[in-house]
Design a binder for this molecule. Structure first.
Ligand code: HEM
Length: 122
């Protein structure tokens, strides 16, 4: 069952991605894009933030947000064997887990609510 409202700010979104990476054992630090959610500003993220040339989110529209497709692996580019593969990508082949649907739904919910920035302090 979906909790909803687990993410209410940019800081919580940043922490949520880190926590999910920890849970699944993913190490994005070594990827070409690193922890972009930590290095990018909120302003950049909501206006034209991109990863590998892909615009990350459409604020208010999770189903058209690349981030969601990347995590769900449900578009040709992000599916197994696709141009990128599902995120978090396991280059070495020792599969990390993927974010589960409840986790992805929390991110979708935050995007749907317009990616509220909230306060800077967690
Ligand atoms: C819009 C969102 C994203 C895009 C477009 C994207 C794109 C890519 C691409 C093209 C690669 C392979 C090439 C490279 O590393 O330079 C990659 C690798 C990777 N990505 Fe993403 N990514 C996204 C989000 C994420 C997220 C949210 C995570 C983790 C929470 C993640 C984790 C990883 C990991 C772990 C690797 C490979 C690490 C390694 O080199 O072993 N990515 N990503």
């Amino acid at each position: 069952m979906k909790m909803a409202n687990a993410i209410n700010s940019w800081a919580e979104f940043q922490k949520f991605l880190d926590d999910c990476c920890t849970r699944v054992g993913a190490e994005p630090d070594f990827s070409g894009h690193g922890r972009w959610w930590q290095t990018m500003t909120y302003q950049k993220f909501v206006t034209d933030g991109s990863v590998k040339g892909e615009r990350i989110v459409v604020v208010g529209d999770p189903n058209n947000s690349t981030l969601i497709h990347a995590l769900q692996g449900d578009t040709p580019a992000f599916s197994k064997g696709g141009k990128y593969g599902r995120m978090p990508l396991s280059i070495s082949g020792d599969d990390f887990g993927y974010f589960n649907q409840d986790e992805i739904d929390e991110i979708k919910d935050w995007i749907l609510r317009g990616c509220p920035e909230g306060t800077a302090i967690v």
